[in-house]
Design a protein around this ligand. Structure first.
Ligand code: 6PG
Ligand code: NI
Length: 185
């Protein structure tokens, strides 16, 4: 994976408080709808990597974390490779995303289950309001990478999404990404 050409004071992603996380298909079984297509694929396939910088301790009120997510291109059936998706544990915490390379969609779902999507292109900046679940999907043919900035006390709540998913899923239809209702719900 090529590092985008960004320069940070003290190089935020080479310091000591760095976390690198890889999520493979086998870690993401419950998020994709097409179980038959999923079963045909190699569980060791890397779907995305996240590199994060934690300049203060987790849970610190008033601090900020920074990370870059790299989502590989690919699909499970018609559904694009995507992140697990989460609400923040402290629900009202917001976040910014800035797309670095590639082409994606940011899915946003409020607490009433209304889902919308924003197109991600290099340079696009996305504000994720508090109380909003967020998930990103790579809809292109190269790596999708984006930087994220979030409060250090936000935390992650994955449970709600892994149980019910988003109210809509993003699939490819006639070569285009489209949102369709999630029949699982
Ligand atoms: C965060 C950010 C972001 C996100 C990654 C991976 O709150 O930390 O939203 O860094 O965690 O893009 O997505 P998942 O956390 O949903 O796997
Ligand atoms: Ni987040």
């Amino acid at each position: 994976i090529t590092k985008p050409n960004l320069i940070f004071k003290d190089d935020l992603l080479t310091g000591e408080n760095i976390d690198r996380l890889t999520r493979k298909l086998k870690d993401l079984g419950d998020i994709f709808n097409d179980k038959a297509a999923f079963a045909q694929m190699d569980g060791e396939t890397v779907v995305y990597d996240v590199e994060s910088s934690f300049p203060v301790a987790h849970g610190t009120e008033g601090g900020l974390f920074y990370g870059i997510t790299y989502i590989h291109p690919g699909k499970v059936g018609q559904e694009y490779f995507m992140t697990k998706g989460h609400f923040h544990e402290i629900r009202n915490r917001g976040e910014y995303y800035c797309t670095l390379e590639g082409e994606g969609m940011l899915l946003l779902m409020d607490e009433n289950g209304n889902t919308r999507a924003e197109k991600m292109i290099p340079g696009s900046i996305h504000y994720i309001p508090g109380n909003t679940a967020h998930r990103t999907a790579n809809v292109g043919e190269q790596i999708l990478s984006f930087s994220a900035f979030w409060p250090s006390d936000a935390g992650h709540d994955y449970g709600t999404i892994s149980e019910k998913g988003f109210s809509e899923i993003l699939i490819e239809q006639e070569g285009q990404p489209v949102l369709v209702p999630n029949i699982k719900q």
